[in-house]
Ligand binder design. Structure first.
Ligand code: ADP
Ligand code: MG
Length: 588
């Protein structure tokens, strides 16, 4: 696919300086294709993969069209979400850095009108906004579009998915006839084509094929594992490599659900996609995944079809795909854009023959590896922990806690012992083995780790940045990363993510005992029970109280307000080969 130097694209000196400052060495294929038409005033319909540089593709010609002496809105970019609006505004700011007098402003719901109004009033020429908020400002008369020259729809398909169609049409109808319309969309469903037909004039279609951009650099390995050990193998590999952003493919919906439950119960931030999940829910999950609102997406091939990410650290083939084409499609979501990714495939039993024939006929480059031992996992974690401590020490990135340390020293503890104790605590240790077993205490915290609290995450190494451009020196701010609650500091030892609650001591305030028809006879553990409840209902930690295992049944304290849900959702769910039949525990 063709790429060109920015200097060959007919750009102003200001823009050339800016892209140079941003570290862009050459224009990406979509930029090479779009920018000249944009400068020529053509309407454009652009289609290319995530991370291929669409923002600059539309922003550069749009900025070139702005007359800075005119203090009126000349460019309007519509984006589906506020995050994206802010991101695009930032990129516009950088690209227009040397174009004195150009002002850009993101406008989106949730921020005060006042602030946005002031920027508009001050004469911002480039407005980047979500359709709803843009409409609001138009109706209030605070956003005037009479001088508009360029309107851009970024991620048009997503905007339609999110129900912005009416707003978009309203906006497009109210902008001047003589404007340029740039239309970007990853997919071209009928609704988009209609919009294009209605609101563009003889557009130039630019489509960049995903595979042509860059040969994926994916490190591909497979492991032969027993079917029953797959989950263990999966978590071991995740922990060993400290993966934080990936997808896991299964061949059936049932497997997706099961794995989702298991991983969730082990404290990983996961979510799932399959055909039985409503479209609205799917869109939410994908959105959240793109924003890195959780770590691992578990999906079937079909459900993942609309998943246009390519910056995953890892793709797991938990189940073998049907054919080499599916395989290639799955792993195309990692290792794109000039950075290396990993694809890890599990085969069990006779599947090895299927894999071998795929390797042979499709010339796949997958090598065999042996599963890391628990010791290796532990070693790797200790190494990470050690390096982290050392970095903190070297950079002196810590507050001095003289007073606390002095007090301990005064009481006769040595500094090595104090340091050791601290490390012990950080790794999830507890004060006294009587009150809680160290590993279990850590696991307990981790167990119900909220799936949606990236804010609580300790800082970690920057996540990979999408880059559709080999050999570019451009650096980007680390993307927001998903949470790995508690894991950071609690896992220098491989945490057995078992779960133990104190035995039932009688009914707690606000809880109702629910009786489950599994017990010691079925070898059930508290972890099994809590895991099942968490996986099926997704209730928070506080929802389950004490657990009391009897021979043939188990009493579980459930927060009053969740009792209905638990009774209903757990009904018929299988645990230890039993179909569960939860009932309110009879009194007495
Ligand atoms: P898209 O909208 O197609 O998903 P973006 O416009 O968000 O992609 O660009 C993805 C990343 O690539 C951003 O960090 C951006 O700054 C960077 N980028 C864009 N164009 C170039 C280029 N020509 N060279 C290097 N990096 C670029
Ligand atoms: Mg984009």
């Amino acid at each position: 696919m063709e790429k060109r130097r920015f200097a060959e694209l007919g750009l102003s000196a200001e823009i050339l300086k800016a892209v140079d400052k941003m570290g862009f060495e050459e224009a990406s294929p979509i930029q090479t294709a779009v920018i000249p038409h944009g400068l020529a005033g053509r309407d454009i319909v652009g289609q290319s993969a995530t991370g291929s540089g669409k923002t600059a593709a539309f922003a550069i010609p749009a900025i070139e069209k702005v007359d800075v002496k005119l203090r009126a809105v000349q460019v309007l970019v519509l984006c589906p979400t506020r995050e994206l609006a802010v991101q695009v505004a930032e990129e516009v700011g950088k690209l227009a850095f040397f174009k004195k007098g150009l002002m850009e402003v993101p406008i989106y719901g949730g921020q005060s009108y006042e602030r946005q109004f002031r920027a508009l009033h001050a004469g911002a020429q480039v407005v980047i906004g979500t359709p709803g908020r843009v409409m609001d400002h138009m109706q209030r008369g605070t956003l005037k579009l009479a001088q508009l020259k360029v309107v851009v729809l970024d991620e048009a398909d997503r905007m339609l998915d999110m129900g912005f169609r009416d707003d978009i049409e309203h906006i497009l109808k109210s902008v001047p006839e003589q404007r340029q319309c740039l239309f970007f969309s990853a997919t071209m469903p009928r609704a988009i084509q209609e919009l294009i037909k209605r609101y563009t004039r003889d557009p130039e279609w630019v489509k960049i094929e995903a595979h042509a951009q860059n040969a994926p650099q994916v490190d591909q390995v497979y492991y032969e594992v027993d079917r029953r050990s797959k989950i263990e193998a999966l978590t071991r590999l995740i922990d060993l490599h400290d993966f934080r952003y990936g997808s896991i493919f299964c061949s059936t919906k049932v497997m997706v659900d099961e794995l989702d439950e298991h991983l969730h119960a082990r404290g990983y931030a996961v979510d799932r996609l399959h055909g039985d999940i409503t479209q609205a829910q799917r869109t939410r999950v994908m959105d959240k995944f793109r924003r890195r609102g959780f770590e691992f997406l578990i999906a079937t091939d079909v459900a993942a079809r609309g998943l246009d990410v390519d910056d995953l650290e890892v793709v797991f083939n938990f189940d073998l795909p049907n054919d080499a084409e599916d395989y290639t499609h799955r792993i195309g979501r990692t290792g794109r854009a000039g950075r290396s990714g990993r694809a890890i495939t599990f085969v069990s039993g006779r599947e090895i023959y299927m894999l071998q024939s795929m390797i042979h006929y499709a010339r796949l480059k997958i090598r065999r590896e042996r599963l890391p031992s628990l010791d290796q996992v532990e070693e790797a974690r200790e190494h990470v922990f050690f390096e982290k401590l050392r970095a903190v020490l070297d950079e002196k990135k810590f507050k001095v806690h003289d007073r606390m340390i002095d007090r301990l020293l005064e009481q006769g503890y040595t500094s090595t012992d104090i340091a050791s104790a601290l490390i012990h605590v950080m790794q999830g240790g507890a004060a006294s083995p009587e009150t809680a077993k160290p590993e279990k205490a850590a696991a307990a915290k981790e167990f119900f780790a909220p799936k949606e609290s990236p804010a609580a995450a300790p800082p970690r190494a920057p996540a990979p940045v999408p880059k559709a451009f080999a050999a570019v020196a451009h650096k980007k701010e680390p993307a927001p990363t998903a949470a790995k609650p508690a894991k950071e500091f609690s896992t220098a030892k491989p945490v057995k993510r078992t779960y133990e609650r104190k035995p039932r001591t009688g009914r707690e305030e606000g809880f109702t005992p629910v009786s489950f028809n599994v017990g010691r006879a079925h070898l059930v553990t508290p972890a099994d029970i809590v895991g099942k409840i968490a996986g099926v209902t997704r209730l928070p930690a506080a929802a389950v109280g004490a657990i009391d295992i009897h021979e043939a049944h188990t009493d579980v304290d459930v927060a009053n307000e969740h009792v209905e849900l638990v009774l209903q959702k757990l009904q018929g769910i299988r645990l230890k080969e039993q179909a569960l039949n939860p009932v309110l525990t009879p009194r007495g």
